[in-house]
Write a protein that binds this ligand. Sequence first.
Ligand SMILES: Nc1ncnc2c1ncn2[C@@H]1O[C@H](COP(=O)(O)OP(=O)(O)O)[C@@H](O)[C@H]1O
Ligand SMILES: [Mg+2]
Length: 225
Amino acid sequence: MIKLEGIGKYWDKSALAEGSERVWGLREVELEITRGEFVTIMGPSGSGKSTLLQILGLLDLPSEGRFLLEGQDVMGLPDRELARIRNRFFGFVFQSFHLLPELNAIENVQLPMTYAGIPARQRVERATELLEKVGLSHRMKHHPRAMSGGEQQRVAIARALANDPGFLFADEPTGNLPSETGRQIMDIIRDLNKEGMTIIMVTHDDALGKMGTRCVKLADGRIVG
Ligand SMILES: Nc1ncnc2c1ncn2[C@@H]1O[C@H](COP(=O)(O)OP(=O)(O)O)[C@@H](O)[C@H]1O
Ligand SMILES: [Mg+2]
């Protein structure tokens, strides 16, 4: 379970003339996410959706408040330990796929397992299985540039699942895809949730926002519903 208590995020930008200007990304966020949920995060552009997702996924740290993971306060942990938690327990999918261009599909999927110290044979076996699961058994050796956007996003999903995480974070995962392809990606995400994966997905599409089991609405960095 993830629990956010009184989370705020701000950036201090030095203004040109005098003093500094504080830009708030999130304010007074209280949020609890339980295993098995499919939470969607909605709100207008600039409302703090990506900031919230980054903080939930420990990709960025809040400026104030507490972050509890399975009851443990993780904010004081060293970067190395936060990286280990992300690698083992969290999977990430982004709007623009974020695959490494010099690696082919099966190599991209293996990456998180390499970081986790999984032996090569086991990595290849698991990556093969995952690419089959997302319907890409015919694209194992293809590089990202030789694949469609939908195929790249499937590889990214397979990669996110590599270390069998409990949580999958997705920031507008269908935002760069044609609608039919986007629907296929959403089917995969929904199936993962049915299999028990906790999903946290940012979207600005009302129809997608309703696909979850719960929708968190943001406005100006605050949860408003
Ligand atoms: N690294 C940053 N430095 C300064 N301001 C930021 C940074 N990241 C986000 N912001 C600001 O925080 C607010 C929320 O941004 P974001 O979470 O990206 O919104 P959304 O994903 O809902 O469009 C915006 O006003 C944005 O400009
Ligand atoms: Mg965003």
